[in-house]
Ligand binder design. Sequence first.
Ligand SMILES: CC(C)(COP(=O)(O)OP(=O)(O)OC[C@H]1O[C@@H](n2cnc3c(N)ncnc32)[C@H](O)[C@@H]1OP(=O)(O)O)[C@@H](O)C(=O)NCCC(=O)NCCS
Length: 147
Amino acid sequence: MTVTIRDATPDDEARWRELWKDYLAFYEVTVDETITDSTWRRIFDPASAIFMRVAEVDGKVMGFTLSLTHEGTWIHGKDCYLEDLFVDPAARGRGVGRALMDDLVSLSKKNGWSRLYWHTSEENKTARALYDSYVENDGHIRYRINF
Ligand SMILES: CC(C)(COP(=O)(O)OP(=O)(O)OC[C@H]1O[C@@H](n2cnc3c(N)ncnc32)[C@H](O)[C@@H]1OP(=O)(O)O)[C@@H](O)C(=O)NCCC(=O)NCCS
């Protein structure tokens, strides 16, 4: 099995939409189609900080990360926020998720970003096992008001 991590390209649209649908189903959420369209467009918009990396397994896209960089008040460089990580269930347990995480760590170092951070549910034991192998959680809890 060969895993390759690369930037998304416009040709990945149909496959990404399949994976995105499964990702939303995993979270049992509905995201308006116009938001999905906008997310897809922003990945390729130089004015947007959102970027997507995809994992190809033997030539087929089987996972992705969606992240964005932003300024911070405690740092010189940028923060990189990993918002979404997903691996097709058919490819799980074979190192694809770890390869996607390793890729973001490498990109952060290469680009001189100051920090890489993300959130997950306390209950997401699988993701937490992966994340705990990189760093201890920093004990912060999230507050969010939806408008
Ligand atoms: C979390 C997820 C990305 C892991 O992807 P994956 O390709 O299966 O992960 P890997 O094979 O690289 O495994 C990485 C680590 O995850 C953990 N892990 C993977 N599968 C596991 C399982 N079934 N049970 C417990 N831990 C598991 C292990 O710690 C593993 O470490 P190891 O490589 O030392 O064994 C994948 O399960 C997924 O997409 N889940 C649904 C979406 C999700 O939860 N996203 C994260 C939201 S914040």
